[in-house]
Design a protein around this ligand. Structure first.
Ligand code: ATP
Ligand code: MG
Length: 474
């Protein structure tokens, strides 16, 4: 996927960047006011890797935010000043999103949770305070002069993550950069420069100073990378995970003497990688699906090892951790539901369920998207080295998915609800609102799950039978 441009560098880079005419236009207008503009960061990196086509255009400029804003106002469709405090003016023009940031200098207030910024004087000074050399390249627009003071192009070619300045200084200035290290390992299959890795190991504890939201955003990007297992390994090996995600390194348990079960951590990495990369929620659930295991492990006489209820315990632990990382409640609910249901399929291969069992499975998954995730997680969870066993489980899952499809065609599984609603139940039984109505409704829902679709007359007969047992008529 590496583009040819990596070989002949500047001339081709200039040609590539010329396809961002918007960048040149903005640069020309700023130049009229005596200011410089450069494409920087992720835009330059991704253009070199994949060719042009980025929709996010990151810029650095000598202009102060007010001037940038004035120029953008005459050029873009919409302008935002939400980042102005940090020197960033954002804009949209057609499908392109622009972020234009005034040159920064490398001064920080140590120990602050959010990095403090001061404006810098030159592009070189600005690049020096960026996270990694591969993110510290710039292209002047217009003119397309390539600025690469720290050897970022070579590091990008070799996929090496290295800080432009001494890594201890860089990570001290903004400890989030250590988490970004793991994120780019996952996203770009990159490797750590030795001094950079050592500094991260020594300084991992500083990540506690970083706000949970910033860590979460990097974790989300790490999770959808193609080399996600290596990215998680970096978090764990450096010790960063002990601070931001301690449940994950805790899965590196010693094997039991009889080697009856695999190392839970190694298994987890395989499951995460086995889940499609485009689904952040699913990958997060995969990462956390077995975190209940260390706390529930029991050794039994004869060498048997069990992890009873690790699904329920794990879901509870996941809720707590994701809350601490400030995930939105909707994300937390989805992930925890998957963790809690990840064993639901067990036993199906030996004794396929009745239709009622299949309906319950679909209902418990909640909606189609969660059902698809649950099935994908269940499949990825099969990491046994025993080929025959793996094949048998995958076939059983094929079978379940086919049955869900068939049932769906027959009876609108999405809309499993009792055949009569609360009003109809009250009317038929002559009941006033109250707990008995809920009980009757639950009985009808149970019957619906057991039998499939139920006609209204049949539902009324069921209500009569139920009433004879459960209601006292005066
Ligand atoms: P992507 O947008 O694909 O996630 P990116 O490299 O553009 O990747 P952003 O978070 O958008 O990442 O940041 C844009 C640029 O700003 C980076 O390429 C880097 O040069 C710089 N940068 C971002 N975060 C930091 C940081 N914490 N410390 C130093 N420089 C940073
Ligand atoms: Mg970006």
């Amino acid at each position: 996927m590496t583009h040819d441009v990596m070989a002949s560098q500047e001339a081709q880079l200039a040609a590539l960047v010329a396809v961002y005419p918007l960048a040149d236009e903005l640069g020309a207008r700023l130049a009229e006011r005596g200011h410089e503009l450069y494409l920087v960061g992720g835009t330059v990196r991704d253009t070199l890797l994949r060719g042009p086509g980025a929709q996010d255009l990151d810029f650095a400029t000598s202009a102060p935010p007010e001037e940038t804003e004035a120029v953008l106002a005459g050029l873009a469709d919409a302008v935002w000043l939400t980042g102005a405090r940090f020197g960033t003016v954002s804009a949209r023009k057609g499908d392109a999103f622009l972020e234009v940031t005034t040159f920064r200098s490398d001064e920080y207030a140590p120990g602050s949770r959010h990095p403090q910024v001061r404006f810098g004087r030159s592009i070189e000074e600005d690049l020096a305070r960026r996270d990694f050399t591969m993110n510290a390249m710039a292209v002047k627009t217009p003119g397309h002069r390539f600025v690469d003071p720290f050897g970022g192009l070579a590091d990008l070619r070799d996929r090496i993550l290295r800080t432009p300045i001494d890594p201890r200084t860089s990570f001290g200035d903004d400890p989030l950069r250590m988490v970004r290290l793991a994120r780019f390992v996952s996203a770009l299959d990159a490797h750590l420069d030795e001094a950079t890795a050592r500094a991260a190991q020594q300084m991992a504890g500083l990540v506690e100073e970083v706000s949970a939201e910033r860590v979460r955003d990097e974790l989300d990007k790490l999770l959808v990378g193609p080399s996600v297992a290596r990215g998680i390994d970096v978090l764990v090996d450096t010790g960063l995970a002990d601070h931001v995600l301690p449940e994950v390194p805790a899965m590196r348990m010693e094997r039991d003497p009889a080697h009856h079960h695999k190392d839970v951590y190694a298994h987890t990495l395989a499951v995460v990688e086995g889940c499609p990369a485009d689904d952040r929620i699913l990958r997060l659930a995969a990462l956390l699906h077995d975190i209940g295991k260390p706390a529930t492990r029991r050794f039994h006489p004869g060498g048997k090892v069990t992890f009873y209820h690790h699904d329920v315990v794990g879901a509870r632990m996941a809720r707590e951790r994701l809350g601490a990382l400030r995930y939105p409640k909707a994300d937390i609910d989805k992930v925890c539901q998957l963790v809690e249901l990840h064993l639901r399929f067990h036993g199906y291969a030996d004794a396929p369920w009745t239709d009622a069992g299949v309906r319950r499975y679909v209902r418990d998954a909640g909606d189609d998207e969660q059902l698809r995730r649950l099935n994908a997680l269940t499949r990825a969870d099969v990491t046994t080295a025993n080929r025959r066993k793996a094949q048998r489980l995958q076939s059983a899952m094929d079978d379940l998915e086919e049955r869900i499809e068939r049932l769906r065609e027959r009876e609108e599984l999405e809309a499993i609800r009792p055949p009569l609603d609360g009003n109809e139940i009250m009317e038929h039984l002559g009941l006033a609102p109250g707990p008995k109505v809920g009980e009757a409704r639950a009985m009808l829902l149970e019957a619906r799950l057991e039998q499939g679709p139920i006609a209204p007359e049949e539902a009324r007969r069921l209500l009569d039978d139920w009433a004879a047992e459960n209601l006292d008529f005066q």
